[in-house]
Design a protein. Structure first.
Length: 507
């Protein structure tokens, strides 16, 4: 039974960082006995809102009330003491300890100054039983699946007098059966009157477990809705926004594919998949073809790309490159076959910020040559100068530390790194995210030019207009399943893609 008064009320909450407004005038209500989904694309402000609530960040504007009383926590420990517990996607437990020890770590029952393991296991068994979790409290945590470890983390959070439980992407690494098991625990907690914030990118799960939905976009509140009254397509539209930026400076110039190119794909995936990452899918990419991947954050776009680059191992299906079946043992195997991959996270998986522009540009080519065959400094300088000019990287000094470049110019450095390896397939994962409109137009023009020169491109972007502008065909994903492949012949628009994402099928 949902309470009539909110246990948590956040009103007019604002949070600013240097040069960035992360939250502006956001309202959020949470009631006891409900599961409330917090939805929004990457950068919408979900994580910042949770960190403001739990005391990781101080608020700049607004007020937070817990049970009707104003609060402002001086850190996560204070929030936990007040009954606000968070279980993160990455489980913060000790796998070498027992289930009971993990539940009561730091709060162990004692007798004569020593830990009373018998009492601790007995209490843990009672707690787990009340949640319907059938686990031996004395067993080692590492012996259990990720799903069970998630539920142990939830049990620990609940036992620390939790009034509010925040679940941050709890199902991202779970299979269907494990999700069902976790949802049984969540429903039992809801029946016990706990208020639960559920953060996820899986639409089906939202409609299965959540009572209400709050949508954020670009740090602002879009609205609060009852799940039963908000169709899935409307939710997708509210998350993405109808007004997607259009780059008027870029003319539509997708090169036409010749019959020869259409008949012989460079890459062909036949029911390729990876358990827990993405369901088996089939697709082809031809020379000179741009294939766009569309879907919400968490839909499996990056997981698909990582399989094709060998960053993750394929465990089903067959992959053919250049007409021959291949087994990718890692990124080096893919690079040797002409596949290049620009990750969406340029800082942690791309740039080496301490190195210069020149050193960053030649990294992939040097890695392919092997470190026993270092490139001459003069050769490095010639290559760097050529690509700095070709891609208009600013400033044009190759010895500038790459960390001092703007986001758009850093992205161009990464593109240069892969282009000098002369790939046959270039996988671009969110290559224009977080960069200014001029750099975005430059990169989009480059994609068109590269395809015109015969390069195959797999293009991933959350901006649907961008995908449609560049792609010959669009592969649509939802909840880590490929649900449609749409030939971009003029009758495909953003509305059709959003409907496909929402319904799981093309119309």
């Amino acid at each position: 039974m949902v309470d009539t008064r909110p246990i948590l009320a956040m009103r007019g909450v604002g949070k600013r960082f240097p040069g960035v407004i992360a939250l502006e005038g956001v309202d959020f209500r949470l009631f006891g006995g409900e599961v409330h989904a917090l939805m929004g694309e990457n950068g919408a402000g979900k994580s910042t809102l949770i960190k403001v609530l739990t005391g990781v960040y101080e608020i700049d504007d607004g007020v937070i009330e817990l049970a009707g009383e104003p609060v402002e926590f001086a850190g996560p420990a204070r929030a936990q003491d007040a009954g606000v517990s968070t279980v993160y996607q990455e489980i913060n437990l000790c796998p070498n300890l027992s289930v009971a020890e993990n539940i009561y770590i730091g709060r162990e029952p004692r007798r004569l100054g020593l830990i009373d393991f018998r009492t601790m296991r007995k209490r843990a068994a009672t707690l787990l039983g009340s949640l319907g979790i059938d686990v031996d409290p004395g067993s080692t945590l590492a012996a259990h699946s990720i799903a069970v470890q998630q539920m142990v983390a939830i049990a620990r959070a609940v036992d620390i007098s939790a009034k509010i439980l925040i679940l941050d992407e709890p199902t991202s690494s779970l299979d269907v059966g494990e999700v069902a098991q976790l949802f049984r625990v969540i429903r039992r907690l809801r029946e016990q009157g706990l208020a639960i914030v559920f953060v996820t990118h899986f639409l089906d799960q939202v409609y299965e477990i959540a009572d209400r939905i709050t949508v954020l976009r670009n740090g602002r509140l879009v609205g609060e809705y009852r799940t039963a009254e908000l169709p899935q397509r409307d939710l997708v539209e509210k998350m993405i926004g109808k007004e997607l930026r259009v780059l008027e400076s870029l003319e539509q110039q997708r090169p036409a594919l010749t019959e020869v190119e259409k008949g012989k794909p460079f890459l062909a995936a036949d029911q390729v998949g990876r358990s827990g990452a993405i369901a088996p899918f089939s697709m082809t990419i031809h020379a000179g073809e741009v294939v766009g991947l569309a879907g919400l954050l968490g839909s499996g776009r990056s997981e698909l790309a990582r399989l094709l680059f060998g960053a993750d191992r394929i465990d089903s299906g067959e992959l053919r490159i250049g007409g021959s079946p291949v087994t990718l043992h890692g990124p080096r195997s893919a690079m040797d076959r002409g596949v290049a991959y620009l990750s969406e996270n340029r800082r942690t998986e791309g740039l080496v910020e301490e190195l210069s522009v020149r050193e960053n540009i030649i990294l992939a080519l040097q890695a392919r040559r092997g470190w026993a065959r270092p490139m001459a400094r003069r050769q490095q300088e010639e290559i760097a100068a050529r690509y700095i000019k070709a891609l208009d990287i600013r400033p044009a000094d190759p010895e500038t530390a790459v960390r001092n470049l703007s986001g758009g110019n850093q992205q161009k450095v990464l593109l240069a790194r892969w282009l000098i390896t002369e790939p046959k397939l270039l996988i671009l994962d969110e290559p224009t995210r977080g960069i200014d409109i001029g750099a975005k137009a430059d990169i989009q023009r480059l994609v068109v030019d590269l395809a015109g020169d015969g390069l195959a491109v797999l293009f991933i972007s959350a901006e649907l207009d961008e995908v449609l502008r560049l792609s010959h065909k669009v592969v649509v994903l939802r909840d880590r399943v490929v649900v449609a492949e749409l030939e971009n012949t003029g009758d495909v628009d953003a509305d059709l893609i959003m409907t496909t994402i929402a319904t799981g099928a093309s119309q």
